[in-house]
Design a binder for this molecule. Structure first.
Ligand SMILES: *Cc1c(COP(=O)(O)O)cnc(C)c1O
Length: 367
């Protein structure tokens, strides 16, 4: 037997997270619509703050991200003492999972929920239990039916990635009310900034109402800072205390802190992003529908196009790639018949619409 170091047995059973691809070999222009990164890049003020930090690169960051937490609290009307920042919200999802689950316990999620949760659970040694969805939407009754004495965390991405579906505030409250109080409910609101439905709440009210619900948020989507790795969680004091014990002491780098503060202060950024997303999500959905492609309703900055079969989704993906367009296959989410398409610039959305119109026209001609 080899004497090389070996990880705990369950570790090698983890399938690494597969991110959206970014390169197409041979294509002279690539349109990357595979990671929901937003069409505008980072806010100009955030880029300037990032650049301005270069001379201070040798200094450790504030390990408590005090100014950043103050800025987040100010922007969203939250107590900074109830906020913990992370290297992306993934960091916080990992720390919560490691701290609150473990061997012999279960985490619960919906069937097509975000794929980081089971990876974090495997690292922690916990089992992942998935509840059926209804019309690609989390089903509160199905989730409650899967709760067992071993359940420690329930994850709900709201809106969900990759389906785009959303649960209204009263349904999320019903989920919380039906869970045992000792189960931690993690509301992953990565797309909260895009949601315009009046019956939505990202989770703030539920976090405030008790000691067993947290809300995670990210700078990777609406704020266009995926490369900086910055996220945050709004949580009751006891959970904040736990996270501050288990997280890496300098988990958020100095540039991310400075850029995040500037991004929050960028005038009109949210309004511009929301308006663009509303317009082009609607236009792209209509264009795909006009080409006979089913599109699921989405509250996020992406659409889930449904091609009915895996082979047709693969053919559509190939047609997009032939035009330099990369979208996200969702077979890993149990949706091999679908492709997730991020809302890009107007031109990018038009390129997708044209490519898929040509694809369905060729299908019709071949039939
Ligand atoms: C993109 C995304 C995240 C955010 O990830 P970061 O680590 O903050 O970049 C979290 N949850 C969901 C559902 C997402 O789609």
């Amino acid at each position: 037997m080899s004497s090389a170091p070996r990880p705990r047995p369950k570790i090698l059973a983890i399938s690494p997270y597969v991110g959206g691809e970014s390169q197409l070999p041979g294509a002279n222009r690539t349109i990357k619509l595979s990671s929901n990164e937003g069409p505008f890049g980072a806010p100009p003020g955030a880029r300037a703050a990032y650049a301005a930090l270069a001379p201070k690169m040798h200094l450790y960051p504030d390990g408590h991200a005090t100014e950043l937490r103050r800025a987040i609290g100010g922007r969203f009307g939250l107590d900074p003492e109830c906020i913990v920042c992370g290297a992306g919200s993934d960091d916080l999802i990992y720390q919560l999972t490691l701290a609150y689950s473990g061997p012999g316990t279960e985490i619960l999620m919906s069937a097509h929920g975000f794929s980081i949760y089971p990876i974090a659970a495997q690292l922690a040694g916990a089992q992942t239990v998935k509840a059926q969805e209804c019309d690609l939407t989390a089903d509160v009754d199905a989730m409650l039916a899967k709760v067992s004495p071993a359940t420690r965390i329930v994850f709900l991405a709201n809106p969900n990635n990759p389906t785009g579906s959303m649960l209204p505030a009263d349904e999320v409250a019903r989920l919380r009310a039906g869970l045992p109080p000792e189960v931690l409910l993690v509301l992953d609101a990565a797309y909260a900034e895009y949601v315009e439905r009046p019956d939505y709440d990202p989770g703030i009210a539920l976090v405030r109402a008790g000691d067993n619900t947290v809300m995670t948020r990210t700078f990777s989507k609406m704020f266009g800072m995926g490369g900086m790795r910055l996220g945050w969680v709004f949580a009751p004091p006891a959970v904040v205390d736990v996270l501050n014990r288990v997280r890496a002491p300098f988990n958020v780098n100095a540039a991310a802190q400075a850029a995040g503060i500037a991004a929050l202060a960028e005038p009109g950024w949210l309004e511009k992003g929301r308006a663009h997303n509303r317009e082009w999500r609607g236009r792209l959905a209509a264009a795909l529908a006009a080409s006979g492609i089913k599109v699921w309703p989405s509250e996020g900055n992406f659409l889930l196009a449904d091609f009915s079969t895996r082979s047709r989704a693969c053919a559509a993906d190939a047609a997009l790639r032939a035009r330099g367009i990369i979208v996200r296959g969702t077979a890993g989410y149990g949706l091999p018949q679908c492709l997730r398409i991020s809302i890009g610039t107007a031109e990018e959305c038009q390129a997708v619409a044209e490519a898929l119109a040509a694809f369905t026209a060729r299908e019709a001609a071949d039939a």
